[in-house]
Design a protein around this ligand. Structure first.
Ligand code: PMV
Length: 310
């Protein structure tokens, strides 16, 4: 049996504007993971049997719909590992909430690429894993920037500009964060399509907002690298206001971010596509339990504490 894992992720700064060429900062979340286990099939059997209790899947690869992203991931991985006559059983487990901006789709693809590459004795490089993740994300939501597959593959905080080499970021101080999952799952395709529609209606206004987000990202990068946590919190609030103006926040996400600030967070913002999904708060040590409580009272269905390592 071979097993492999891939973490969830959050976008700290710059979602949506990153699709339009501005920078963004993302980090892995190791507290939530996809785990894939691969074994062979009994002798004289062939094919690929996929089981995922969470996704309600127990099927042969050939039975999936033609445009199913999980099937697409498997076909791409079999091609990349030059596997012609597979005889595999695959079990997928995950505690990453689905459609919550936490990278569950990309994490499934990357954990599959890792586990199958190992099992088939053709380990895939990080570059190959990330490229397959990108191709599958394109099926999920058309025009991905590539930030999800990149941060999940490399497993460390990155400064990311579409089409460029990701740059690792080293934080000068530990950054404690609390993530809240809102009550509404939200596929990234919906929020990305909404922003595109509005950008097409009023390009100058949207380009200005993307520029403003890009400036927040660049100053936040400096704050991270010099360990200025209160300033980083202020940058999160500024980024959230710009995401409200883009039209991807909701009353629930505003209530959650407001509750976190009122409970003592240095800053809070939605993270990922928005219109639902998750929010993150930067919280000084000692106040994380208060903020997690405040999130729950404001309607979060789950909270996750994580930290960026210094
Ligand atoms: O997958 P999500 O919801 O974290 O969204 C990724 C961030 C976006 O900027 C909204 C889309 C993208 O491809 O970068």
């Amino acid at each position: 049996m071979t097993s492999a894992r891939a973490p969830g992720k959050i976008i700290l700064f710059g979602e949506h504007a990153v699709v339009y060429g501005r920078p963004a900062i993302a980090a892995p979340v190791d507290q939530i993971q996809v785990t894939v286990r691969v074994t062979g099939l009994p002798e004289h059997q062939s094919g690929v049997r996929v089981r995922s209790p969470l996704m309600g899947i127990d099927s042969e690869l050939g039975e999936f719909d033609g445009d199913d992203p999980l099937a697409a991931a498997l076909y791409l991985i079999l091609e990349e590992t030059q596997t012609e006559d597979p005889a595999l059983q695959i079990q997928i487990e995950s505690d990453i909430p689905i459609a919550s901006g936490l990278g569950s789709g990309a994490a499934v693809t990357i954990a599959l690429a890792r586990a199958l590459g190992e099992h088939l004795n053709r380990p895939l490089s990080l570059e190959q894993q990330s490229r397959i993740g990108y191709k599958v994300d394109r099926l999920h939501h058309g025009t991905p920037s590539g930030i999800d597959n990149t941060v999940i593959t490399y497993g460390e905080p990155i400064y990311f500009v579409k089409g460029q080499e990701p740059q690792p970021i080293k934080a000068a101080a530990v950054v404690p964060l609390v993530i809240a999952i809102s009550s509404r799952p939200s596929p990234t395709s919906e929020s990305v399509a909404l922003v595109r529609e509005r950008w097409l209606e009023d390009r100058p206004a949207y380009e200005d907002m993307f520029d403003a987000i890009g400036h927040v990202v660049d100053s936040a990068r400096e704050d991270l690298q010099s360990g200025k946590l209160p300033e980083l919190g202020t940058a999160m609030n500024a980024n959230h206001r710009l995401l409200q103006r883009l039209g991807v926040s909701t009353p629930e996400l505003d209530t959650l971010t407001g509750a976190a600030r009122a409970a003592g967070a240095d800053g809070a913002k939605l993270s990922g596509g928005g219109l639902g999904g998750n929010v993150i708060a930067l919280v000084a040590d000692g106040k994380t339990a208060d903020v997690a409580d405040a999130f729950q009272r404001a309607g979060a269905v789950r909270t996750i504490e994580t930290r960026l390592r210094a």
